[in-house]
Design a protein around this ligand. Sequence first.
Ligand code: 5GP
Ligand code: MN
Length: 338
Amino acid sequence: MNSADVLALKALLSTPQKIAIIPHKNPDGDAIGAALGLHHYLIKNGHTSVVISPNDYPEFLKWMPGTGNVMIFEKQNAQAKEFIASSTLIFTVDFNDLGRIGQMKEVLEETDTTFVMVDHHQSPANYASVMYSDTSMSSTCEMIFHMIKALGGVNDINSEIADCLYAGILTDTGSFKYAATTSETHRVVAALIDKGARSSEIHREIFDTNTPSRLHLLGCALNNLVILPEYSTAYITLSQEELDKHNFKKGDTEGFVNYGLTLAGIRMAVIFIENRDEGIVKISFRSEGDFSVNEFARSYFEGGGHTNAAGGKSTRSMEETVTYFRSLLEQHKSELNA
Ligand code: 5GP
Ligand code: MN
């Protein structure tokens, strides 16, 4: 975090504020971990703070300290709007464009409250007074740690904050294996463990709380895997009917897209998930090496993200979406096979 941003943030937090902390829609471990970790820190420093998530999040994250007080905009609409309208400061975490928060976008665009952005995605939009944006960071949770440290608050980090931040770093680094995991990331993780993060319990809460229906849905997804060796690409489809058959719950498909990348020689893995309620096919992209799925998702599927992990959507049917996707591969053949 640069010194001008640190000074600006210190000034903003020098008197008690009423703060809304907002993660992106369909929040993952990093988004919820960063929001709740920051929430506990701000409360400890005398501010009023509420985490307001655009929509609900998966059960495997609901062990996090403070989860019971998270407001869900979709469900507690009036209460959330009221809090935002009277807030004096808004932190947006783990996203950098108000298009990532669904219906909440209009509400945030109406306020004249000061925004602070903490995020590690590419191409940040320009809505925040303090913009802590660093695409080299493993996770927003790692950034929250650096931010607290820059504010002189390392001693405020208790086991609650440590648990939340550990969870986000763990999930966004794919258990410390993705390329953005640096020695500094490991130093932050070590500090969090020293502060009381329950690493082994957190791994279990996140990865070892499967339901039988989720494992059967994974079986279905793997059965649907299509491998295109000529494009070093593999993709999975899941129709609404298949999701219904396996009693789909939010978060059940988390991580499925990664299986394609475990195949030797595969450089891009994709999962297409039908969402009949929203009338879209939600898409997750993963890549290995230089092929930028951020650019691919941005160019063709109204999305974005990071070089090696991105998301997007399509309003076409599943069949048309997959046909369109396959038609794009020929022009990227040389990059995919590089
Ligand atoms: P996932 O595939 O796990 O949902 O998301 C992978 C990465 O891409 C995450 O960092 C996520 O924030 C980002 N992402 C997912 N969906 C979208 C989208 O529709 N638009 C943008 N800009 N980013 C997305
Ligand atoms: Mn993240």
